[in-house]
Design a binder for this molecule. Sequence first.
Ligand code: CMC
Length: 361
Amino acid sequence: YPIEQLAVNCDFLETCYLLLNGELPNAQEKSEFDSLVMRHNMVHEQLHFFLRGFRRDAHPMAVLTGLVGALSAFYHDSTDVSNPHHRHVSAIRLIAKMPTLVAMAHKYTKGQPYMYPQNDLSYTGNFLRMMFATPCEDYKVNDVVERALDRILILHADHEQNASTSTVRLCGSSGTNPFAAIAAGVACLWGPSHGGANEAALNMLEHLQANGGVAKVGEFMEQVKDKNSSVRLMGFGHRVYKNYDPRAKLMQETTKEVLMALGLENDPLFKLAMELERIALEDQYFVDRKLYPNVDFYSGIVQRAIGIPTSLFTAIFALARTVGWIAQWNEMLSDPDYKIGRPRQLYVGSSRRDVPKMDAR
Ligand code: CMC
């Protein structure tokens, strides 16, 4: 299905169902799947104490890597990875608990109480509430924001053999605990060339805005193109998309919708991003190298407008990508020919030699 159609016609949980089952759900299947996921969204109460071991200023991805890995110490009844039912239970648990863990990491940083999930809300509405509500007053989910965040989740749900997915497959190929395999994916996603790009892109825009804004775009672009500078235009370029990242187009539209709905249509960072995109698309350096905006160029602006702190962007990506990781892990383990992964290595060092005694080295 074209991603444009999924993003417009389906919600995130339908996309999850599709990735896990290969087919979109009908109305009854959707309702059963939604309620199954929503009934697994609480985490073991002991995890609250585990979280308290972290420094409050720890990066959310460090916390999330730890929390997801720690799930393997709490759910022992579904870890036989050769059993399809156990794999299904693990998949549902992971999809259901990720929003709770990300919101807990956020609340912990802020020093606010954790909000327990509320099951009469949608998956994304519940996540927003766990993120932004406090026990002191009612919280009303904003429809436009809910839809925008849901769309961000759909756009990030899966993407063939990217670095984190390959990591999950390789890690999972040893037959390790499902939560441990997904924690490896979270760790890999953190890097700025992968999931960390949305955080890096927004930091780049904020830095540029603070240092002259649109007037300094030309100078900044010269640095980006300078081979000796190591500055990259974050949120641009993709290993696979060499024409345009279809997700970026949808993200740009979503950004406009959210900014309008929140009365932020004159957001200077959005204007700056549009200007950078305009200049880059006309610049020979970018044209020659087929560099276009990727999904992360605009997603940071939407998330910032919603009130999500920059340091949490990659954690939201991890939340969304969990279904892709787990679907690929499941596909690998259900293959009767599956074997432990072992990438080949081309050795280019010395030929065989004897170990000399210490005083002869
Ligand atoms: N800004 C400036 N120059 C760039 C950029 C960029 N963002 N991306 C690539 N180039 C240049 C690079 O210097 C090289 O030039 P030359 O041929 O003169 O040496 C050429 O384009 C090819 O680059 P590459 O690094 O070989 O391309 P790649 O396919 O290995 O890298 C990439 C893909 C996404 C890692 C890279 O484009 C990049 O670092 N982009 C910025 C980070 C980013 O936005 N990452 C998010 C990717 S989408 C979300 C996800 O899937 O995680």
